[in-house]
Design a protein. Structure first.
Length: 472
């Protein structure tokens, strides 16, 4: 088999998979992992099995992959499919450039610089810059490293004892903050969780109280992280108020906008990020609501010179960086050395639809989320479990006059939905109750698919209810 024949066969498989978007094919395989392992040939052979076998293996992979572009996929904070994004991802793999020097990625470096500068412009960082990262978790880590550099200019060179330093986040913040505290030597115990208001946003009065308490106890505030789009509720912290408090204590303010960054594009949603231009750093995942293939994530900082100092370890790599101050060598702004070209797919998609296209996309997703919320509130068997700011819809099945364990009922509804294969949503806890969390971030979702989803939740809920004993 020639390379042309092989790639043609691969593209045929891809085309069939993409075209199955609206086919009556389950979103996920019904076969549990233990059984799938038994029936699958996963062994690595001593002698190669050739290109024909690779096609067979790919067919098996497609068969058992989650169909994240199906209309019923509303599980994580991403989904759907951007054709230009997929094309960019494939070309990035074929060309196999690495982004640490412009010598190895001459055109991609220019693209990344353009995207980063445009993102900074949208945020309001007049002289900002940044880097593409492996995801929002890495972006939050870089935010803490910049906060450390801001506090202690010699921390990267002489080390840093973080045991007396404190990070402030809302109780709804992403768990990656704990990872970053672990990696930077601050410790998870020194992450102070600030209580939230009913809508899931940070209580700024409590933040002020905790900062003052921390200082009285002899600890040093390091960083305040505002969340723009929390994982479960989709809540936005009041960034302007948080920045005001942080700056009054000379504390670095990082914004985790991994989920909510797309609010920048629409005049109707930009207000959710009010004050973001006054923050010190931001992370933003383009692979989420923008619908791009994983991964495409940015870390952006208002003080580009500080970021260069955080990444000054590159000065030891004279075997890579031949020109000390070359602005096109993007490795000087990154924790990574070899780094995949994750910007091409975003650039192609952005040029395809423009700012206006992104604005229309976010507005449509919020319209669909409003529609789903309306369907929930209009049905006596369902109830919303939290106010909504973004496209996260947290609700549960709760028919009136029942005396059963509703947590068990809703957990079972979620499992049966997944096993039936037409819909996939996540399960979360809100105020201690198990809820169904549907996230609208998939360009295949429609009002028709939402109607079908709600109908299936009620059907399965009624069926589950019949088989449960009363709660005593």
């Amino acid at each position: 088999m020639t390379p042309d024949e092989f790639f043609q066969a691969v593209f045929e498989q891809i085309s069939q998979y993409v075209g199955s978007q609206f086919d009556d094919v389950p979103i996920s395989s019904k076969i549990p992992p233990s059984s799938l392992k038994k029936i699958s040939d996963l062994k690595l052979p001593l002698e190669g099995m050739g290109l024909h076998n690779a096609l067979s293996d790919l067919a098996t992979f497609f068969e058992h992959s989650i169909r994240t572009h199906a209309p019923g996929f509303m599980n994580p904070l991403w989904g759907g499919m951007s054709l230009t994004g997929v094309a960019g991802d494939m070309v990035a793999s074929v060309t196999n450039n690495s982004m640490y020097t412009r010598e190895l990625s001459p055109f991609a470096s220019l693209i990344e610089i353009e995207i980063l500068q445009r993102a900074c412009e949208l945020i309001g960082y007049a002289h900002g810059f940044g880097s593409f990262t492996s995801g929002g978790s890495s972006g939050n880590l870089m935010g803490l490293l910049c906060a450390r550099q801001h506090l202690r200019q010699d921390s990267g060179l002489n080390g840093f004892d973080g045991s007396k330093h404190v990070i402030f986040v809302s109780e709804e913040a992403h768990f990656s903050v704990m990872m970053a505290a672990n990696v930077t030597g601050i410790g998870r115990q020194n992450v102070m969780k600030i209580r939230c208001l009913e809508d899931g946003s940070m209580d700024v009065n409590h933040l002020e109280e905790e900062i003052l308490f921390t200082k009285r106890e002899g600890f040093v505030p390091l960083c305040v992280i505002a969340t723009a789009g929390t994982t479960v509720l989709g809540s936005f912290d009041p960034i302007r108020d948080i920045v005001r408090v942080a700056k009054s204590h000379n504390i670095w303010c990082h914004v985790d906008a991994a989920w909510g960054g797309m609010a920048l594009f629409s005049s109707s949603t930009r207000k959710l990020l009010d004050g973001i231009e006054q923050s010190d750093s931001v992370c933003w995942d383009a692979h989420k609501m923008m619908g791009l293939p994983l991964m495409s994530s940015m870390f952006l900082v208002n003080d580009v010179l500080l970021l260069r100092k955080v990444c000054s370890h590159t000065t030891d790599a004279d075997y890579l960086y031949y020109e000390e101050d070359n602005e096109y060598d993007l490795g000087h702004y990154s924790l990574q050395c070899a780094r995949r070209n994750d910007v091409l797919k975003l650039w192609l998609a952005w040029r395809e639809i423009g700012d206006a296209g992104w604005a229309k996309m976010v507005e449509q997703y919020l319209d669909f989320a409003n529609y789903l919320e309306q369907k929930v509130t209009e049905n006596e068997q369902l109830e919303m479990m939290a106010p909504r700011m973004w496209s996260n819809v947290c609700f549960r099945y709760h028919p009136s006059g029942t005396d059963v364990d509703l947590d068990s009922v809703n957990a079972e509804i979620r499992e049966r939905l997944k096993n039936e294969g037409k819909f996939m949503v996540s399960r979360a806890k809100v105020r201690g109750f198990i809820v169904l969390r549907a996230v609208i971030a998939n360009n295949a979702v429609s009002k028709e698919s939402i109607d079908a989803f709600v109908g299936n939740v009620i059907r399965i809920g009624n069926d589950v209810l019949k088989g449960l004993p009363p709660k005593y």
